[in-house]
Design a protein around this ligand. Structure first.
Ligand code: 5GP
Ligand code: ZN
Length: 115
């Protein structure tokens, strides 16, 4: 837990969210400003500031997030034909909340390259 981290507070239930998944390591909730018909944020409960701050000890939790993302996607028919996972890292990557998170986006066709 990092004081003043909005995603730590969401995972602890101190700030309400539209929860879609929770286990001992991971929490997932709807994005407050969705960029697609389904837009879910998946976070580890452990506070890590970003993908540029991970260490070897985070391997299990980060691998687990992949499994969780796939499981969540299966619950939404909007993602039957695919989805996109995004991690924005650092200011150049467009990161605005500095608790590592993965965007799970679905329900429309995405373009490449991203903006
Ligand atoms: P980033 O820009 O860091 O990759 O993504 C942060 C995301 O968190 C944004 O898509 C933003 O809409 C979402 N977000 C920021 N604050 C809140 C909040 O209080 N509740 C929820 N549900 N999403 C939030
Ligand atoms: Zn945090």
């Amino acid at each position: 837990m990092s004081d003043n981290c909005i995603f730590c507070k969401i995972s602890k239930g101190e700030i309400s969210s539209d929860k879609v998944y929770e286990d001992d390591k991971v929490f997932a909730f709807g994005d407050i400003n969705p960029q697609s018909p389904v837009h879910i944020i998946i976070i580890p409960k452990k506070h890590i500031s970003g993908l540029n701050a991970i260490s070897e000890e985070d391997e299990i939790i980060l691998g687990h997030i992949q499994i969780v993302a796939s499981k969540i996607a299966k619950q939404f028919p909007e993602m039957d034909y695919g989805f996109r996972i995004v991690n924005n890292c650092g200011s150049d990557g467009g990161q605005t909340v500095f608790h590592i998170h993965y965007h799970l986006l679905g329900g429309r066709v995405f373009k490449w390259p991203p903006g």
